[in-house]
Design a protein around this ligand. Sequence first.
Ligand SMILES: Nc1nc2c(ncn2[C@@H]2O[C@H](COP(=O)(O)OP(=O)(O)OP(=O)(O)O)[C@@H](O)[C@H]2O)c(=O)[nH]1
Ligand SMILES: [Mg+2]
Length: 365
Amino acid sequence: MKIRRYVASTLEEAVDRVKRDLGRDAIILEVRRIRAPGFWGWLKRRRIEVTAAVAQPPTPAVPLRQASITQQVPVPAVQRIRRTNPLASPVVEEELMPERLRVPYNLARHHTERLINRGVEVDLARNIVEQALATIPAEELGNSQALTQSIKKVVMGFFPPQKCGGLTGPVIAFVGPTGVGKTTTVAKLAAVYSLQQGKKVALITTDTYRIAAVEQLRRYANILHVPLAVVYTADDLQSALDQYKEAEVILVDTAGRSPQQGLHLAELRNLLASIPDLQTALVVSATTKAEDLELIYERFRIFSPCQVVFTKIDETESAGTLLSLVNLMQVPVGFIANGQNVPDDLKAANPNLLANLILGGANHA
Ligand SMILES: Nc1nc2c(ncn2[C@@H]2O[C@H](COP(=O)(O)OP(=O)(O)OP(=O)(O)O)[C@@H](O)[C@H]2O)c(=O)[nH]1
Ligand SMILES: [Mg+2]
């Protein structure tokens, strides 16, 4: 009898290889979920190990009955696999795992699952926990608190330092997908700069596509007693900048564009490119699905944003998507918005605040 071992990512793949290699008469002796050896192996993706056997071609010296094992087990391959398949059983893992690794493994798995539940992508979550474990001394590997603290440090390290010294101006444009809260954020920041910091503030809007959009910003401008210019063309923009040259901070609101509207985005980029010393902030809602982030990043990177503003933090329990975007763009988070109230629901971001948001507060064990 020829006995062979096959390791593959899926059961189907392993069985295919058995069939190709040993033929259709092969029988499956055992199916196991395995991991790479050592502690790190337990944190990696599991593989499937299939042990299969096939009878050697009969020789005259061996009676045919003994040589043909498949004849003794006339069961279709799939059924045989089901019978011996322990894939659904976590008991196998427990049995296979060395005793000393059981507690740290379960702890690492718990923390990884928690990150995933909070919106962190699977691979990123694994990566964070692996990095966190790497900084913990061996004797502390089973200590949940040590792992919690280490995870927080790793998450904090994901936020790059400020590139443009914060959103200080003189001119700051806010770009981003539709309805994420650009205009509301402009109003909140206008209040912070003018009321709290006593700066001379002016507003410009390029969002002339909807009358209501101009009206929305005009209401805030009137309440705050700051001037507002509505610009339609590059010339309008130039005259508004000339008109507001005494202002310390000029906030520019733009029309929301879906990431699909590449052409409109290019037009907007060309318009904004005429502004000297412009800082651009990308406004993204924390409720954005992880799979949409990549497109947002691809389309809005043409603006070279120097900061991200995360809005609608109050609307989600899983702010982990924030980490994916920052990881993708390598752009610092300047502010987070956690509600509709102008100006109260806006906070300056820092790595500690962001890590708590992602991990679910200080007690995230
Ligand atoms: N819950 C919550 N709602 C917010 C937040 N920021 C803005 N909003 C609300 O989201 C809605 C859209 O806000 P806007 O500021 O008009 O969004 P926008 O990005 O300017 O939209 P467009 O100009 O149409 O692309 C409004 O109802 C805001 O009150 C926030 O942080 N949390
Ligand atoms: Mg708007």
